[in-house]
Ligand binder design. Structure first.
Ligand SMILES: [Zn+2]
Length: 123
């Protein structure tokens, strides 16, 4: 690899995480705004905006609730219980959590990824 190529490669490598970080910050800011002001009346029968995922009622059939099932998942922000860092819980992650992992509908994310890993290792 020549030097020019190598530098290009190095800058690509360092650019990517920063871009992801910015995207995450952007989603956190938006989620906070939604939490504060409400997201408005959802009228997303066909297409949902970025940061929102449609719920699949059939995949939620394990949920026993007297309340209504969610129709949408919306990006949320939470504070990690262990380290206090501000974390984004994306709509896609929520969908996976409830529909694939079949979590209880009241169960929400409380720890960041690092602390979840640490808690798991501790047993
Ligand atoms: Zn944490």
């Amino acid at each position: 690899m020549d030097w020019a190529r190598r530098e290009e490669f190095a800058s690509e490598m360092s650019k990517k995480p920063r871009k992801e970080e910015m995207e995450r910050d952007r989603r956190i800011r938006r989620a906070k705004m939604w939490e504060k002001h409400g997201i408005g009346q959802p009228a997303w029968e066909e297409e949902v905006p970025d940061g929102v995922a449609k719920a699949d009622a059939e995949a939620l059939s394990h949920v026993k609730t007297h309340g209504e099932l969610p129709r949408f998942y919306i990006d949320r922000v939470f504070i990690c219980r262990d380290c206090g860092s501000e974390e984004l819980w994306t709509a896609e992650q929520q969908k996976w959590w409830y529909e694939e992992a079949k979590a209880h509908i009241d169960a929400v994310a409380v720890r960041c990824r690092d602390c979840r890993k640490k808690a798991k290792e501790k047993g």
